[in-house]
Ligand binder design. Structure first.
Ligand SMILES: Nc1ncnc2c1ncn2[C@@H]1O[C@H](COP(=O)(O)OP(=O)(O)OP(=O)(O)O)[C@@H](O)[C@H]1O
Length: 656
């Protein structure tokens, strides 16, 4: 594996806890380019606070001169100013809030793209070890949580701090002694927030985790709906959902209770402060040291002062809660891609397609055993090499190294003599095309599904590829032809048709090297036969490495590599290997026996063995491969009605 691919078995760790400051610093760089707008939002908030202050002072003036004295002439001027300030304040607040929403959503968009981009580069085993629902919840809920911390949090904190300071100065300016008396109570807010912050963070973290678990259960359950219905697993699935939903229920109720307790405590503290002001104010008015208007203005300043003070404390809690989401995103962002683009890419033209695997040893990150051990082979341009072997032998791992999903721990994979790690990833994957075991379908039209082989391909090229893949005929019979929308779960296309669509895509891609991973697995015999011809057209003139259990395709290969426990145990042509009577011959035999076994399922349970029909055609096949023919007395080759048990009794794979 390359030096970049430091990759721990991340799933085994608990999500690490991170201080809010670290989390903030981690995501702040993403605000680049929008920071100036944050400043504008902050200025708008300041202007709105100034307008509010001016309004309060005008209110005080109105009380003392217009209301107390009952003078209408003293009313008009301050009233006009108040109205003008209110309108200006409203415009500024509107502009500020709209801009804040724009900045916030831009940040969320950028963050989501950043995380999504990163996740897309992660190696296959990451996705096997993380539940999809949990990843979804991180990409949605947690991303928004971080916004509260970085953007709203920052602007909120700056605005609240400014407003608090501003109103405090105004209150001091009005009556410093009265203000000082009430400010003595301010630390109570801070104490209350401190008391609650730890528990709120815990419960938020719990909530984020459970949210991911619920999405996972729903997603897995819907993805497995056939199993659920066929085996009547509805109760089990409901129980699974209920378990997670109960955890969510508990976390959510606890979170509301904590927030509500905090809110109410703050209300009580506020009431104490207001009563203190009224009490002191009443005493001051009674001694003639203060007018009613000034007292009301003072109370109003305090009234305006509390929300930002409370907001600051509340913001602390919100940021603490958001940190729980940040921790979950940072955990993902810290997973390093197993491969990266080279620092200096090799400049080559289109390669001829010589693949050389040279002394490759590879172990999956976190795995105990090596999946490949000192593997070496070469495939010349235009050759077809089949890689076969028992399950778990390491065949698919070979395909992952050929596509450079991973780098080998030692040894090298070379294309035209250049190590794969020296190619830019995008270029490498244009040269080496994978036809994976499961047919991958985009949620889009048939046309787009083929065109993704070569973005920008003309309709004519798409149709030619579809014809070469024997897909054109069934495509034109679809309701909207090439414009019919397909999706991975739609029953609109059969497995064989999807496979032919994938072949059309690969034909259009026109890469010099092809990696086919079990191209006929999962297809029934008829469907498998139908893809053979298109496959041959696809393989023509390309270096092809076919990973397969299906040895019906082996006689066609220039070479067969038999892999077992990560090593090549045999290599040669199909007939040579059969004649050798080793691992390959055993695999071949077991495959044919497997066919016979299915035939046996259809047999009636006779008391006695049925009469044996002649087996001459199999004798000649065996003898042609140099194997001794040993018909088994217990294992009939024909059904009692005379139909052959072997599917290739009419000659191997007539479709080829
Ligand atoms: N993501 C992974 N993490 C750890 N070990 C893995 C991972 N994927 C595969 N392995 C292990 O690597 C070995 C080779 O797996 P591989 O999938 O290449 O086998 P295979 O020959 O393709 O099997 P099959 O024919 O069943 O698909 C196996 O022992 C498997 O358990």
């Amino acid at each position: 594996m390359g030096e970049e691919s430091i990759e721990a078995d991340e799933s085994e760790h608990e999500t690490p806890t991170i201080p809010a400051r670290t989390a903030f610093r981690r995501f702040w760089p993403l605000a680049k380019g929008i920071r100036k707008w944050l400043l504008v939002v902050w200025i708008c908030t300041v202007l709105a606070a100034l307008a509010e202050t001016e309004a309060i002072l005008l209110f005080s003036e109105l009380t003392d001169h217009a209301l107390q004295k009952g003078s209408l002439t003293a009313f008009w001027s301050p009233a006009g100013q108040w109205l003008a300030i209110a309108i200006a304040g409203a415009i500024v607040a509107y502009a500020g809030n709209s801009l804040a929403a724009w900045v916030t959503e831009r940040f969320v968009m950028r963050l989501r793209e950043h995380v999504f981009d990163h996740v897309q580069q992660l190696p296959p085993h990451f996705f096997q070890r993380h539940r999809q629902g949990d990843l979804l919840s991180r990409l949605t809920g947690d991303v928004e949580a971080i916004e509260t911390m970085v953007v709203s949090g920052l602007v909120g904190a700056a605005s609240a701090a400014f407003s608090a300071l501003f109103y405090a100065v105004a209150a001091f300016w009005l009556r410093w002694d009265l203000a000082a008396a009430t400010f003595v109570l301010a630390p109570l807010f801070w104490l209350a927030a401190r008391r609650f912050s730890g528990s709120i963070k815990d419960v938020s973290r719990e909530g984020r985790v459970v949210d991911g678990a619920i999405t996972s259960v729903v997603e897995e359950s819907l993805g497995n709906i056939v199993l659920t219905q066929a085996y009547d697993r509805r109760d089990a699935e409901r129980r699974r959902l209920r378990e997670e939903a109960s955890a969510w229920f508990r976390a959510s109720v606890r979170s509301t209770r904590l927030n509500e307790a905090y809110e109410q405590l703050v209300q009580v503290i506020e009431t104490v402060c207001v009563l203190a002001v009224i009490g002191i104010g009443a005493w001051e008015i009674s001694t003639g040291r203060m007018t009613l208007g000034r007292l009301l203005a003072f109370a109003a300043f305090l009234g305006y002062l509390y929300p930002p003070v409370r907001g600051l404390a509340q913001l602390g809690l919100t940021v603490t809660a958001a940190t729980a989401g940040a921790e979950r995103l940072i955990e993902i962002l810290d997973v390093r891609p197993s491969v990266t683009d080279p620092r200096r890419a090799t400049e080559t033209g289109r390669p001829d397609g010589t693949i050389e695997v040279r002394g490759v040893t590879f172990r999956y990150p976190g795995a105990e055993r090596t999946a490949l051990e000192d593997l070496s082979f070469t495939v010349s341009p235009g050759e077809l090499v089949i890689v076969t072997g028992p399950s778990g032998a390491g065949k698919s791992t070979v395909s992952k190294l050929l596509l450079r999903f991973y780098d080998p721990d030692s040894g090298d994979v070379l294309l035209d003599g250049v190590p794969l790690r020296d190619f830019p990833l995008a270029r490498l994957r244009a040269y080496v095309t994978l036809l994976p075991q499961e047919t991958l379908v985009l949620h889009d039209t048939v046309r787009a599904n083929i065109a993704c082989g070569r973005p920008g391909a003309s309709d004519q090229a798409i149709e030619e590829a579809a014809r070469a893949a024997d897909a054109h005929d069934f495509i034109v019979r679809l309701p909207d032809g090439y414009d019919t929308r397909v999706d991975p779960n739609s029953a609109r296309l059969s497995g064989g048709q999807l496979q032919r669509l994938a072949i059309a895509r690969a034909i259009l891609r026109d890469a010099p090297v092809l990696v086919l991973d079990e191209p006929t697995t999962g297809l029934d015999a008829m469907a498998a036969r139908r893809v053979v011809k298109p496959l041959r057209r696809l393989m023509a003139g390309r270096t092809t490495i076919m990973i397969t259990h299906d040895l019906n395709l082996a006689p066609d290969a220039d070479r067969v590599l038999v892999v077992d426990r990560g090593r090549i145990v045999e290599t040669g042509r199909h007939d040579e290997l059969l004649a050798r009577g080793g691992a390959y011959a055993r695999l071949h035999r077991s495959q044919n026996n497997a066919v016979m076994d299915t035939g046996e399922l259809r047999m009636p349970l006779w008391e006695e063995a049925p009469p044996q029909p002649p087996h001459q055609q199999y004798r000649s096949t065996y003898e042609a491969y140099g194997s001794p023919y040993e018909p088994s007395a217990e294992m009939p080759s024909y059904l009692p009605d005379g139909r052959p048990l072997f599917r290739d009794a009419q000659g191997a794979w007539p479709g080829m």
